[in-house]
Design a protein around this ligand. Sequence first.
Ligand code: NAD
Length: 410
Amino acid sequence: MTGGGFFGRARSRFRHQLLDRLEGMAARAPYPALPGIGPASGSRPIGIAIVGCGFVADFYAACLPAWPMLMLRAVHDRDDARAAAFAGRNPGVTVASLDVLLADPNIAIIVNLTNPASHAAITRAALMAGKHVYSEKPMALDIAEAGELVALARARSLHLACAPCTVLSETAQAMRFAIARGDIGTVRLVYAELDDGPVHQMRPQEWASPQGTPWPWVDELATGCTLQHACYHLGWMTIMFGPIEAVSGFSRTLDPDKGLGPIAPGPDFSVACVTFRSGVTARLTCSTIAPHDQHFRVIGDRGELFTDACWHGKAPVYLRRHSDTTMRAEGFPVIRRHALLRALFGLHGSLSDLSPRATWRERIARHQIDYASGIADLARALAEGGEPVMSGERALDVARAVIAIDGAGS
Ligand SMILES: NC(=O)c1ccc[n+]([C@@H]2O[C@H](COP(=O)([O-])OP(=O)(O)OC[C@H]3O[C@@H](n4cnc5c(N)ncnc54)[C@H](O)[C@@H]3O)[C@@H](O)[C@H]2O)c1
């Protein structure tokens, strides 16, 4: 109990807040430099080839120059004109048939950027040809098929790494580090939202990469929000809390009329509860109905870590320490509604040290993803041994959960 009378309570509250602030400052000690990814500078360049020269391939190409050890040698697309246009924009890159590309001894890694329905076939062909694979998500559209691909890679001593590369982002790594350091005590619960807004109402027909490649809106909406997006937060969770134990889900198509003509849209809403073998429980929501919301909140016994942009690799991480004062203050609507009162009672949390590392150009970007970082991490595993962060096993864990949640409505 606090001291009696108004002034006694105010003094006690002030003391609590001061202690919270001091504790908070201690917890804000800078995060250490992230472990280097990508091969050491002395190692030989690694030849890579891209299969699927669509929208996202342009973003991969833009990120590759930051990783000089990755040599993009050849590309293939079932649409010849697309492959030729992509090669034309990227000097030194040749167009090849899939067979020629898979037989090329100078290519070690196949980067599978085809549409989800083609992922499994291209990955299987590449593994059969003795190539390591970096695949966009989802690894496959079927749980058994995803398991077979991982088993095939293992049997042939090849790597099958998978998106999302956002597990390597500064934001994800800072959160992982803060959790491991015990900044919020024992983690019990995660609330994760991946609402991407009602895309079908946002003229997606007009969206294109900076190079003019159209966004494949029909395929995206037909595949559905869960298969496209659940992996982002689940990937983060697996690097923070380890293997998934169980999933229960609910998936629906809330708006069946998205203008796709004869093609049926995939689920546009799902919610799932996921338990991890480490004891953490998460609730994950995905939609292309609710307005944009990418909050990822990790709740521990002593506080909460959160961010609001999982597609921005340098998004700040916030730390909110729980205390008697903050928890009680949170219950007062008047405090929640006024910025000054929120700040006074420490409800905003404190910003991590990530933010100053982002340049202004990076900060104002809508998305900030280093698409090539996942390939570089695979190249690091090849050069130095060990597994890529999003290894076949981890990606399979995520893929199983994603496919199960997606199918939970039928
Ligand atoms: N669109 C995005 O914003 C985005 C972001 C991150 C990841 N991704 C993922 O990247 C992948 C590709 O997405 P995209 O937006 O570039 O799609 P896209 O439709 O623009 O491009 C895919 C390309 O793959 C080619 N292709 C498909 N099957 C093929 C096959 N069997 N053999 C050869 N070529 C084939 C198509 O002709 C097309 O050019 C998807 O898995 C998607 O989930 C997309």
